[in-house]
Design a binder for this molecule. Sequence first.
Ligand code: IPE
Ligand code: IPE
Ligand code: MG
Length: 251
Amino acid sequence: MAEVTNLNEAQEAAVAAGLDLERLPAHIGIIMDGNGRWATERGLPRLAGHRDGYKTLRSVLLFANDLGIRYLTVYAFSAENWRRPEDEVHGLMSLIEQAAVDELRVMHQNNVRVRVAGRLNEVPEGLRRALERGVETTAFNTGIVFTLAVNYGGRAEIVDAVRALASEGATPDDITEEAISKRLYNPDIPEPDLLIRTAGEMRWSNFLLWQGAYAELVVADMPWPAFSLDDLVSACIEYQNRTRKFGGVGR
Ligand code: IPE
Ligand code: IPE
Ligand code: MG
C-alpha cells in the first residue's frame, strides 16, 4: 500500500470514499451518454449539452490521471452518430476539433498521452489534423493514455482488422483471435477492465465490442454532464466489489 502521506488530493478523496488504490481498473472506457436529454430538460439546445459534457470529460480525465488510472477511452462520436441532424453532427465535429486544439497544452502539461480510435479518414480534415497533432505532441508522455473514440464503431474496427489481415494474404489458419487483436486500432492498449455508461441506458451501442468481451459493466443513472468525480470513484468501487471470472470459477 502506498504511504498515506504520499497521496495526492484525488487519491485521498478516493481512499476516504472506500477505494483501494492497489486494485484500480487499469483501463476504463466510458460511453458518455445523455448530453441531449440533459440540455432538453433545461430548455437548451442539444449542443449546449455536448458543451457541458466536454467540461465533465475534462475534469474526469484530469482526476483519473491523478488517481493513477493508466488508460481512459471515451466514446465521443460513434460511426452511427452521422444519422443525427446535420447541425448537430457539424456542431459535434467543431466542438471536438476546438477541444483538441484548446486542450493540447493542458494535456501535455499534465503528462497525458493522447490517442485516437476510429475511421479518421472520414472526419473533416481540420478535426483529423487537430487530433493527429495531439497524438504526435504527446506521444512520449508517460501519464494516463487518453483515447478519444471518434467516428468509432466496434464492428467497423473488427472489419478493418480483418481487411488488414486479408490484404496481407492471410489464409483461414492465419485468422486467429491474436491476429485480429493485433490489427485493431490500438493493439498496444490493454483491454478495458471497467466500462461505464451514463444516462441509465442498458446497451453497449457498438463500443469496444472486441476488447470489452470481459469488461465489468457499470451503468450510472445521471446524464454525462451531471456525472461527478464522486460518481467515477463509485463506479471504481463497484468494479472492486465484482468477482471477475473470465469463464473460470473465480477466486
Ligand atoms: C451523448 O449524448 C453524446 C454523443 C452521442 C455524441 P447524446 O447526444 O446521445 O444524448 P441523449 O442520449 O440524446 O440524451
Ligand atoms: C453512444 O451513444 C455514442 C456516444 C456516446 C458517442 P448514442 O446515444 O449514440 O447511443 P444510442 O443511439 O442511444 O444507442
Ligand atoms: Mg444518446
